[in-house]
Every structure is written in C-alpha cells, then in structure tokens.
Design a protein around this ligand. Sequence first.
Ligand code: PLP
Length: 358
Amino acid sequence: MKRVHNFSAGPATLPLSVLEKVQNELIDYKEKGASIIEMSHRSPEYTEVNRQAVERVKEITGADDDWEVLFLQGGASSQFMMVAHNFLNMDRTANYIDTGTWSAKAIKEAKLFGNVHTSFSGKEGAYGHIPTNDELTFAEEAIYTHFTSNNTVAGTQFAAEPKSSSPLVCDASSDFLSHSLDLDKFGLIYAGAQKNVGPAGVTVVMIRKSFLEKQRSEAIPTILNYKTHVEKLFNTPPVFAVYILNYVLEWIQEKGGLSYFEKFSNEKSGLIYSEIDQDDFYRGTVEKEARSKMNITFRLPSEDLEKKFISEAASQNLMNLKGHRSVGGIRASIYNACEMDSVKALVDFMGEFRSKNG
Ligand code: PLP
C-alpha cells in the first residue's frame, strides 16, 4: 500500500488507524449485518455514535453543560449566514475582524442580516498581519465579535483569542482541536470538519446555551434555527461523516488531547519555518508573529521555480503543496493527522531543492 505525504489544505489527510477501522467495519458494523451508512439515523447504533461524538468534543475542549454540540451540514460557509441569521437584525451590530478570504466572506453574509462593525481589516496588507488587541476597535453593545482563528489561504493564525467584551464567535475550520481554548470567552465556535477533525460533509458547531438566549426575535426558517438542532435530531444528519469524526475524536483523546496537538503542531511548523528562515531562497509570505501552525505559506525566487518545486515534490510523494489559487506560491498544510515523517520528508526535500537551485 502506498500512502502519500499529503499536505492538502482540505479535505485533508486522516489518521491511518481511523481509516483502517472504517474499512474493517464498512460492510458489517459491529456484527449487525449492515453498514452504519445503511442504518437509520434513529437506530440505537447511530444514536450511540452521535452521543459519543458530542461527549468527545465536550471532553476534549473542556466544555461544560452550558455548551451544546451540533453536527450540521452545509459547510462552514453556511455558518457565515446562519450565525448572522440567528443573532443579527437591522437594530443590532456585530464586530467582525477581517483577517482573510474567509472572514471577508463571513462579513458579506452578515451584512445581509444586520450591522457590521469591521474591527480591523488586513486586506490592504494582503492579509499578512494578525491584529494586536490595541489595533482592534469595537462597537458598543455588539451582540458578538466574529473572528477566524486560522486563515487557511494566507497562512496566518491568532496566537491568542482577541480581547473583546462581546462573546466571541469563531470560525475555527482550519485549526479546531489543534490547540487549547479559553472557552469562557466564546459564545459559538464552528468548524468544517474536513481539515483537522474528519471528512467533508459535517460542520461541528459548539454553542453556549446562554448565548443562544440572545437569538433575535424575528422568525428564522426551521432548519436554519440553532434551537431546532439543540432541541432534537431534526433531520437526517451526515451519518457517515459523523461516524468517522467520532473515531478521529477518539484518536485525538488517545494521543493526549489538545495539549498533545498544540505541542506537536509547534514542533512540526517549527521545523518547516526554520528551513524557510535559513536564508532568502524561501520567503515566508506573512509576518513572523502572524504565522500559522497549520498552513505554512512561502514563495521561491520565481514562479518557474515554484512550479518546479511542486512537480519535483510530487515525484517524491510530497503532494498538494500548491498555494491557494488566489495567492499562488507554496502552502504546506500540516493539520493534526499530518505525521512528523511527512514534515521531515518535506524539510529534507526543501533543503535538497535549495542546494540544487539556489
Ligand atoms: N472557513 C475557513 C477558515 C476555511 O478554511 C474554509 C475552507 O477552506 C471555509 C471556512 C469554508 O468551508 P466549507 O467549504 O466547509 O464551507
């Protein structure tokens, strides 16, 4: 069996042990004579999977009973709209911190429902900067402050949560469960699973009950209302995706939880950044203080060399290193399931490529 070193920004590599478990159970789940994906989402088997996944998210993040965990469809992109639809109206304002492509998309949706105060915009600086607390401005009485904890396209990440007097709403799609969280500051966290925690098709939403009480009073379509999903399993969930997510969560716990992955991400990203910083052959694209531990973005001296880098890397089994189509360059995404072996293979390749082409 050949497994590539996969640096995809998402859907991303999954733990091999999880894939093997799924493979073993795919046709006959726990000797029931049927696959989990052939069973009713109301069956005892799926009910237990869903229950375990909810409990595991809570255990891993340290969430208490004030938190609800939902597994929704529609991707993180749907949450841009759903958050605003549930909490904003033309009499209300939310703060939005614009640190990248995905924040900008969230702002666009929020403006359809209510007032947006842009606390900071990094657009002019090509999104290479993460604001300090001193650079942020807030609207008084804002219902929430939205931020993107890790900016997948530019390759930046908040080192700590922004300081705001409103509850934080966080798009954590590309760093969810890769570092510890100070949950007290948050009202809602959402994350498309397909980077750090599972396959595409499920979006994890953590919502604090006391925050949900601040929902706007106008009618909200049933499926888009968070309360619908908090009250009961409303419609068919993405059964297969949640089932795999549950095993990824189990794997996260077995490895040692958030502190393990925080340390692991520091080590992995540290190796690549120190290779980048050796001289000026490789050039990081964002400010050093803003660097992401998940998506490492850099340039080479020319676009021709970048093309050569990507194709030679692929010939050595190092896949999906092309930067996002909107920015070009190189991007190595090293989420939780990216092994140290893959990172070391990439760093070795970078060193060799520099000595041949530098
Ligand atoms: N937010 C962030 C930070 C992302 O990286 C992405 C996708 O890459 C999205 C939102 C959009 O997610 P989805 O494709 O699940 O809608």
